[in-house]
Design a protein around this ligand. Sequence first.
Ligand code: CDP
Length: 207
Amino acid sequence: MSSQAAGPVIAIDGPAGSGKSTLSRALCERLGLERLDTGAMYRAVAWAALDRGIDPCDEAAVGALAESLRLGVGDRVTVDGLDVTGAIRGPEVNRTVSLVAANPRVRRAMVERQRRWVAERRRGVVVEGRDIGSVVLPGADVKVYLTAASDERARRRPEEDAADLSRRDHIDRTRSVSPLGVADGAHVVDTTGRSVDEIAEEVVGWL
Ligand code: CDP
């Protein structure tokens, strides 16, 4: 994928609360790269399904919805022009997003959009999610898989019920399509008790 962008392509994966967004932001700031939070895209689809009263387990209906939505993922997240930046972090979305993200049709639609987003950017990118190094951008210049102790991960997410968080992780790790796991060639980094600057420095070194 490095041939698509002139700048570096960095893939960051890991479970909830492992520090992906914090590290991605730090890397973008240091290196002047653009950031794509792919989790926000799955959250936006889950939000839209809830908003329209579609059963999150109805694969055909949610799949068709994912294909038809106009998604904006930047500083603000929009669905068909509506700002849902705050709403996609709410408890209902936390509880349904992993079901929606396990839907193969949803994943196909999102992966296609994510690759297009990367291909349109020349400056280089940091893309964070669950399947970036393994599926979306297997040719990334650097792949990082973040982990952290589970109590630390729960502490970083005070707004999310700990049981919901571990249920989400379980679904993400055990789904049949693109399960969360360490991609070939990924550097595994345990962020427990470590500073973001120190880890960002390490990743820049790998570049
Ligand atoms: O921020 P956090 O790590 O808690 O979650 P997120 O990145 O916002 O992702 C929310 C959910 O979207 C995850 O629990 C996964 O179910 C799904 N997801 C995915 O399946 N693949 C991705 N590349 C990114 C997120």
